[in-house]
Ligand binder design. Structure first.
Ligand code: IPE
Ligand code: IPE
Ligand code: MG
Length: 244
C-alpha cells in the first residue's frame, strides 16, 4: 500500500495528469476506442476521490486538447457526449466529496450542451473547499500563452512591468500554484502542449499504466516516488540539504 508511505507534510499542492491510453486499452480488449474513453471515467472518479482523500488542493486533468479536434468526427462527437453525461452524473460525487470543479481551455469552442452542463456543475460546486478539480478542455498551452500576450499588449502594459508574476496572472491557471508533479499515463513521454509555462520546474512522472486502469493507488505511488526526489531548482544538493 502506497498510501501509508506518503509523507503528509510534503504533499504536492497541485498535481496535473495527462490521461492517456484509452484507445490502446480498448484495442487490447478488441473493443472500439470510445469504449476506452467510457472506461476512463471510472479512473477519473477514483483518482479524484483519492486526491481529495489525502488532501491535494488542486488536480488538473487533461481531458481534451485543441489538437484532439482533428480526430475522426465520430470519436470527437462521442467524447463530447461522454463529457456531458459524465459531468451530469458526477456532480453528485463532487458534492459528496466537497470538491470544486473548474475548467480551463477554449471553452467557447465546446458544443453548447457541453458548455451548459459544465457551467451548471461549476456553479453548483463553487463553494466546495476540499479539492479543486480543473478540467483542461479544448486546451492548448501555446494558445493560452498567446492569449496572455495578446491581453497584455491590449492593456498597454509597460515593458518594465512585465515579469513572471504578472504573466502568470494572464494565464488560465491564474491563482493556482504551479503543479509540483505532472503524471502521464500510457508510457508516452511527451508534454503534448500541456501547461508549458506552469511545468517549468515540475517533476515529471511517467507510468505504463493505461488511463482506464489507473486508480488512486497509482496516484499514491506517483506521490511516494515524487517525495523521494530531490528538487534542486538549479542549486546544489548540499545547499538543499542545508536549507532543510
Ligand atoms: C486519451 O486517450 C484520451 C484523449 C486524448 C481524449 P487516447 O484516446 O489518446 O488513447 P490512445 O493514446 O490512442 O491509446
Ligand atoms: C494528450 O493525449 C491529450 C490528452 C490526454 C487529452 P494525446 O493522445 O492527444 O497526445 P499525443 O497525440 O499522443 O501527443
Ligand atoms: Mg493518446
Amino acid at each position: 500500500m502506497f498510501k501509508e508511505k506518503i509523507d503528509t507534510n510534503n504533499l504536492p499542492k497541485h498535481i496535473a495528469i495527462t490521461m492517456d491510453g484509452n484507445g490502446r486499452w480498448a484495442k487490447t480488449k478488441g473493443k472500439f476506442r470510445i469504449f476506452g474513453h467510457k472506461s476512463g471515467v471510472k479512473a477519473v472518479r477514483d483518482t479524484v476521490e483519492g486526491a481529495a482523500e489525502i488532501g491535494i488542493d488542486f488536480l488538473t486533468l487533461y481531458a481534451f486538447s485543441t489538437e484532439n479536434w482533428d480526430r475522426p468526427k465520430k470519436e470527437v462527437d462521442a467524447l463530447m457526449s461522454l463529457l456531458v453525461s459524465t459531468i451530469n452524473k458526477e456532480t453528485t460525487t463532487l458534492m459528496d466529496n466537497n470538491i470544486k470543479l473548474t475548467a480551463i481551455g477554449d471553452l467557447n469552442s465546446l458544443p453548447k450542451k457541453c458548455q451548459e452542463e459544465l457551467q451548471e456543475s461549476i456553479e453548483k460546486t463553487k463553494n466546495n473547499t476540499r479539492t479543486t478539480v480543473i478540467l483542461a478542455l479544448s486546451y492548448s498551452s501555446r494558445w493560452e500563452i498567446l492569449n496572455a500576450i495578446k491581453q497584455i499588449v491590449k492593456e498597454g502594459i509597460k515593458e518594465d512591468q512585465v515579469n513572471e508574476n504578472l504573466f502568470s496572472q494572464y494565464l488560465t491557471t491564474k491563482g493556482v500554484p504551479n503543479p509540483e508533479l505532472l503524471i502521464r499515463t500510457s508510457g508516452e513521454q511527451r508534454i503534448s502542449n500541456f501547461l508549458l509555462w506552469q511545468i517549468a520546474y515540475s517533476e515529471l512522472y511517467f507510468t505504463d499504466v493505461l488511463w482506464p486502469d489507473f486508480r488512486r493507488e497509482d496516484l499514491f505511488e506517483a506521490i511516494v516516488k515524487y517525495q523521494i526526489r530531490e528538487r534542486r531548482f538549479g542549486k546544489t544538493s548540499e545547499q538543499i540539504k542545508e536549507e532543510n
